[in-house]
Design a binder for this molecule. Structure first.
Ligand SMILES: NC(=O)c1ccc[n+]([C@@H]2O[C@H](COP(=O)([O-])OP(=O)(O)OC[C@H]3O[C@@H](n4cnc5c(N)ncnc54)[C@H](OP(=O)(O)O)[C@@H]3O)[C@@H](O)[C@H]2O)c1
Length: 286
């Protein structure tokens, strides 16, 4: 495992060894014979790799023999994800000004190329929109939408120059249908979905693809972090490993859109075909 800095402004205190300066950690890794990772393997940059879906996705790509570049804010949890791999850790706060640019630069410095970006970092907020503080509106939109777009903007030129690559965006079923009391989160994820569609068209012929993975509820720390547990009986939460398999499948088979589970395409289709029927079903089943 190698650790390198990327301008993180958030680096939780840890034990003295773990909390050492990134450059020092890099130097120590090299001194122990862990030089720069081999770059003949395919390289995936995963954001949100310190938890949940991103961590499971990182493990799936490691099992497939890929070189991992792992990002998140919490270095200790990034180390847990990276355990047993030659992953390069790139702790970064994507909500910081220039966070996306600094992360992309550090990633390209570390391995010289990125074959796949899995943009998994994200946060939620739940509650009536009328009570949502303005700062939280900005926080959710910035991390879930703006920072992701900026990161894609930073890594795409190298992919296009190489004539290959794939961007995987982690959306949400909330972005497909709009979920009440998750209005801003739904808007951010809907923005990602529209961005994926538009970018895919722009990139046609370049060898670079765009996948949108659209999970329903997933058993991760997401709900605890947003401060409100998942309380519905349907859809039942799925495992982060299942979403990771869908991401892997999207990359292996160059899939455009993948819903997890697949039946979750239905609500969006019903809504598109008959908004009136969709709302009546919502009134009845919630
Ligand atoms: N769980 C669900 O039900 C669900 C459903 C649909 C879509 N999704 C989407 O799936 C993605 C992953 O969510 P998850 O369920 O795996 O949640 P999670 O377990 O809470 O993981 C969120 C990840 O985002 C990272 N992150 C948060 N703020 C960040 C920041 N300012 N800078 C950089 N990284 C930051 C976290 O890093 P640190 O912990 O190190 O800060 C963590 O690695 C999100 O985009 C989420 O919207 C989740």
């Amino acid at each position: 495992m190698t650790t390198t800095g990327s301008g993180s402004t958030y680096d939780p205190p840890a034990d003295p060894d773990r909390g050492a300066a990134p450059a020092a950690a890099s130097a120590r890794a090299a001194a122990h014979g862990h030089g720069p990772p081999r770059t003949d393997r395919r390289v995936v940059l995963v954001t949100g790799a310190s938890s949940g879906i991103g961590a499971a996705t990182a493990r799936r790509f490691a099992a497939g023999g890929w070189q991992l570049l792992l990002s998140g804010r919490d270095r200790r949890r990034l180390e847990e994800t990276a355990s047993g791999t030659s992953a390069v850790l790139l702790p970064a706060d994507l909500a910081a000004p220039d966070g996306a640019r600094l992360l992309a630069e550090a990633a390209l410095r570390a391995t010289g190329r990125i074959d796949v970006l899995v943009a998994g970092a994200g946060i939620g907020w739940a509650g009536p929109f009328l009570t949502m503080p303005h700062t939280d509106i900005d926080r959710v939109l910035f991390l879930d939408l703006n920072a992701t777009l900026h990161l894609v903007r930073e890594v795409l030129p190298a992919m296009v120059a190489a004539g290959r690559g794939r961007v995987v965006l982690v959306g949400s079923v909330a972005g497909a249908v709009g979920v009440r009391e998750e209005a801003v989160y739904s808007a951010a994820k809907a923005g990602l979905a529209a961005f994926a569609e538009a970018l895919r068209q722009e990139l046609r012929g370049t060898g670079v693809g765009v996948s949108l993975v659209v999970p329903g509820p997933v058993e991760t720390g997401f709900f605890a972090r947003r401060g409100r547990p998942y309380h519905r009986t349907r859809p039942r939460p799925t495992s982060p490993g299942r979403v990771a398999s869908a991401v892997w499948d999207a990359v292996s088979r160059a899939r455009d859109d993948t819903y997890v589970p697949t039946w979750l395409t239905l609500p969006g289709r019903v809504r598109a075909l008959s908004p009136h029927l969709y709302r009546r079903l919502l009134d009845r089943f919630g």
